[in-house]
Design a protein around this ligand. Sequence first.
Ligand SMILES: Cc1ncc(COP(=O)(O)O)c(C=O)c1O
Length: 373
Amino acid sequence: MKKFNFPIIKPYAWGKELSNVAKVLASGWLTQGPYADRLEKKINAYIGSRFSFLVNSATSGLIAGLEALGLQSGDEVIVPSFTFPATANSVVIAGGRPVFCDIDLATFNIDADKIEALITGKTKGIIAVHAFGLAADMAAVRKIAGKHRLFIIEDAACSFGAEYQGRKTGLFSDVGVFSFHPRKIITCGEGGCVVTNNRETAKKIACLRNHGEYDKKFINRGYNFRLSDIQAAVLDAQMERVDAIIERRIKLSRNYQALLKPWEKRGILKAPLCPRGYRHIYQSYVVLLADYVDRDKVKMFLKGKSIETQFGTYCVPALDYYLKNFPAPKEAYADAYYAFAHSLALPLYHTLSAGDQEYIIGRLNQAINMVAR
Ligand SMILES: Cc1ncc(COP(=O)(O)O)c(C=O)c1O
């Protein structure tokens, strides 16, 4: 694995995380236990949720959420075309059919104006993804879901701590799901959390997470989606720093924004947008390059300067499995495909300095000048 001087992300500090883990190991209780129980309460307090369930990944959380909301074989779920494959995979695993909806290139989020045309008699729900830490337009999604009696799941994998209309993401829907993968705001290696305010849904998720067990009775079939207390101990320490981490990411993103202004004015790229009424937490800092800039050559040039970059995320309907099994019309992913080909995520981590950012943008400018077609 290549080591970069400027990696795309670096997990922040390992102090209390280590001592917490030592306590768990010494206690002898390694599976989900007291750390996870306490942390779920802290997450409820932070997000404002009534119920939260730590799980071993956001993917598991999405599967549990879909099953808890009653997804049946052949049911359709509308998902954005530009997202990590897990969003659509979870629908397929839960027995449903993902129906792809294109995105708004200004925000990288689902284009709510295009949802209604995709609704059929089989549609049961919508998964709204909060891309890169910016909430989707939940008012518009909720309006459509209400009109057609659809459930909503927020794939909030990238948006722990993000806000929309003054409230944290995760509760603008029936079920919200966060990820604690290392590229997320806070991490414990692998992990996730499901939140809901609905008692019945919560009961079903509790069952699905733990082999179908509820209140010491096995009342359902289920999985082992639990998070170990070793991971919960790491996450507990990370949780204490979540707002400091987010504030730092917002500050660094503003620096990038200022450095990129001249390039934006010339139409060479677009920096991420944060509309009024939103708190973007910049899980990734993703710029969109003009179509005459060869993104992959820019990436290669930056790699040569030891700067790691990434494409934003995937155009899922254009991936082999989905092309073959769930073919979607081109209109369902024209803008998602553009974003797949022209987005570029820049390094963003707690210890990145303003000087580092100037260096990175200096090299980016050099790269664009060299490779613009
Ligand atoms: C939008 C989105 N959904 C779901 C996932 C899956 O998260 P996890 O790796 O925790 O299963 C990711 C991970 O990157 C993601 O970006």
